[in-house]
Design a protein around this ligand. Sequence first.
Ligand code: NAD
Ligand code: LMR
Length: 330
Amino acid sequence: MTTTPVKVAVTGAAGQIGYSLLFRLAAGDLLGPDTPIELRLLEITPALKALEGVVMELDDCAFPTLAGVQIGDDPTTVFDGVNLALLVGARPRGPGMERGDLLEANGGIFAPQGKALSEVAADDVKVVVTGNPANTNALIALSNAGDIPARQFSALTRLDHNRAIAQLAARLQVPVTEVKHMTIWGNHSATQYPDLFHAEVSGRNAYEAVGDHDWVENTFIPTVAKRGAAIIEARGASSAASAASATIDHARTWLQGTAEGDWVSMAVPSDGSYGVPEGIVSSFPVTVTDGEWSIVQGLEIDDFSRARIDASVEELQGERDAVQELGLLG
Ligand code: NAD
Ligand code: LMR
């Protein structure tokens, strides 16, 4: 085992995603069995006692890869020297709400955290925002993060990506490992666009393999886009274990790279690719090499896809305008 632990911050660590995420991180699911991890756990003051209980449980697992755990309610202490920050802590929506309804309640969390990261995190820190509305919270964090380059911030659409793979694989009755080149475009919201035109199943174009436009438009796309609401309806609480798993998938891909011949979906600061304007954090197909993501270029976008990407981008621009009005952009 290498000796220097990787310092990983998790916010909202006493919450329901935290309860799944921390144990998987400590068990080596992100960094592997040979790299020790030091957990830095941020909570609000009233949740620190509950977090102490979670830390007791982490201790009780005697994970060989867990090199240390620090907890606290001050981001400038907890984020000191961190290499990776998983920003999960934020209020989840309840039944009947859209994620955008959380902008005002949660946006205020991400400006001070972006500022604290710029003051004390490692220079090469990678920041993943899971807390909703994730894309715009990432925009708030990066705009308040001073010298940290914007490309070191991203938001989670990997859960949507995984959901899309699972739905497609189930429809075609193939293992999920047969699905490649899945893309989620836009916002982690009901306007997101899961794209089958560029996806492949066992080497074949996924849209053609399905061969049923009505299913794509009226079943596949809404099922993926509204899966979060369906889980809230069924469970009485928002997705947690799958969100933790996708957060690990996202961070692992960012640290270790994409599989040869495949890509993943990540919400990243737009560079204008595919007509998505700069100044928002939007989901794209990306490859990752040596810890750096690149948006996959050169995909043909037909009118059907264009309209859906544009609708989600328009929503992101509206969210950006709303948080600007709230004074949350640095
Ligand atoms: P939860 O309510 O169980 O836990 C959230 C935790 O965050 C709480 O313990 C709370 O005390 C803490 N918190 C609040 N403000 C904080 C702050 N300023 N600093 C640190 N911690 C703070 O919620 P959850 O189910 O764990 O979900 C967390 C967030 O993740 C929600 O916004 C939810 O909507 C979102 N989410 C996103 C995805 C995605 O795919 N992007 C998936 C699932 C859930
Ligand atoms: C999800 O997609 O499951 C989360 O974003 C939770 C939600 O509010 O839908």
